[in-house]
Ligand binder design. Sequence first.
Ligand code: GLU
Length: 482
Amino acid sequence: MAIVRTRVAPSPTGHMHIGTVRTGLFNYLFAKAHHGAFLLRIEDTDPVRSKPEYEAEILKGFKWLGLEFDEGPNLGGNYGPYRQSERLDLYREKTSWLLDNGLAYQCFCTEAELEKVKEKSAQQGLPPRYSGKCRTRSRDERLRLQNEGQPFTVRLIVPREDITFTDLIHGAVTTKAEVLDDFVIVRSDDTPLYNFTAVIDDHAMAITHVIRGEDHLSNTPKQIILYRALGWELPVFAHLPLLLNPDKSKMSKRFGDVELLRFRDEGYLSQALINFLAFLGWNPKTDREFFTLPELISAFHIEQVNKAGAIFNRAKLDYFNQHYVRALPLDRLIELSWPYLENAGLVAESTDRSMVGRVLTVVRDRIRTLSEVPSLTDFFFLLPAYDPALLTEKGSKATAKQSLEILLTFTEKEYPRDLTSLTDLLKLQPAALGISNGEFFWPTRVALAGKAQSPSTAEMMMALGNTETQTRLRVALSRLET
Ligand code: GLU
């Protein structure tokens, strides 16, 4: 059997879409499960809309996700070049071959003429089909019009027959002859069209499996007709279910980001995105949810991919991300959170990393995305300007003062520096002072966090460290006096 070769073939005409990532991932998983090759092809035949910065973004995006290509632009490989803009000669050669062999023809119909035909079909409730007018022109007539400088497109001669193919996910798919017409493969400005270039390149690059979004399902019969015209063997096709918004409409910006790098900037981890995206259209048929990339390679089977559209559920993505954030080694969590904290003005180069580590340890379980870290932790770095009345919300001035003072004495002597022992010690204090738990813990927590909702007194003390704890207790005591 031929070595499995798959490809992802994005057009660099906009920011990298999360759908491209899902397609890339499924191609990667399939190729790697079969010890095959995964390629990147850049479909940049549209010179106006294609931008090098979007191509760079695609490379950067896949690299960040850890989906490595075996071949692609700037990576080399035996089947290059991997940018369609560098393959134009090949497309021209195939166009000439099709024309010379009477399998395609020049069409001189003007836009206005074509529009008229379309309108007529619409009135009759028929699908818009090209009439075939130029197909019947004689060779001499075509030559004459060409020599006169009349602009022309190139159309493929499409046989009047139904096209059926077996899709790995959809099974047998049939397209009726009535909806197919002699479609354009080269525009009048000599630029080749997607269906044509995709077939030429998939063949030339020895692609064995074409795995792509379901939005291309209607292109596949046209591509099959081209394979047949060119006398080439078909690859295997698999069309992945569409990504949907929660209201089942096609995934769009309306429900949040669709650009990969926005997810990265929001603080989603690449492992979380990979794990989440793998489940968009596939599941392992077990309860297991968390998979590393190598584990996905072993578990993934393309035949298990669903036909039904896959809903992009952000809460689920957050759930995956939370899991992977919890699993990060502390050092890595500090490193990844640092830019967010720095941007928020909460840390600087001189900030003590170990303090940041202690703070992150306290809030780690609540982090869904790294961009939440500043709002979850700001009160550790800067004492909020709280209303002194907050200190006495669960007791009197006297009980608050007592509680703060006893805590201050701890910080002036030795006290346990592990959370469990410190928690145990603090638990003894209300009884020792003859006050309720609330009367003790409320004012001490408010003093340390400067707000009503916060981690426990012991957690705050652990994270702040001795000096900052003392400072905040003194501030609270002085506020009680006012
Ligand atoms: N350039 C096409 C796209 O981005 C590629 C489709 C295909 O995989 O054949 O949708």
